[in-house]
Design a protein around this ligand. Structure first.
Ligand code: FES
Length: 152
């Protein structure tokens, strides 16, 4: 990388560190579980109060969330929140994953500034929507045909 762009990146990072935890920066810059899952068992798409949208797709084996991926058109904290909420959901039973709330995402990220806390809520709400879709389409599989497709 060019020395000037490295300097610029260092400056941007130094600025970000004044606002966000190291965990937020890590998950925003190198998000885990970013992607789409066309054959998902559950799919949720939620648009938050800020107008940004998140999608979460889950794969369920037995009663456990075997895989969870997310996409968002939102801000850096929403990327970090999607990354964290999918990490929290993986390996959990459906019952446990349903209880994952905004506070759990915030704890996992070592907090977010007040004005970004709604990004963690968006992630928790989207996970709940994906689980609700899983439970609904498990009961009534034909409803899968009417669910949205991943891709925001
Ligand atoms: Fe919209 Fe963060 S500002 S999700």
């Amino acid at each position: 990388m060019h020395a000037e762009s490295e300097d610029l990146q260092d400056l941007i990072l130094a600025d970000a560190r004044r606002i966000y935890s190291e965990t937020v920066i890590r998950h925003a810059m190198e998000p885990r579980n970013l992607g789409v899952m066309p054959d998902a068992d559950g799919f949720g798409r939620v648009t938050g109060s800020c107008g940004d949208t998140m999608e979460i797709s889950i794969k369920v084996k037995g009663n456990t969330i075997a895989d969870a991926v997310f996409m968002t058109d939102g801000c850096g904290p929403s990327i970090a929140s999607g990354s964290m909420v999918t990490e929290l959901a993986r390996g959990k039973s459906i019952g446990e994953a349903r209880k994952i709330a905004q506070a759990d995402v915030l704890n996992g990220l070592d907090g977010l500034p007040e004005e970004s806390k709604h990004c963690a809520l968006l992630a928790a709400d989207t996970l709940r929507a994906a689980i609700a879709d899983y439970l609904l389409t498990k009961r009534e599989p034909w409803k899968k045909a009417y669910r949205g497709r991943p891709g925001l």
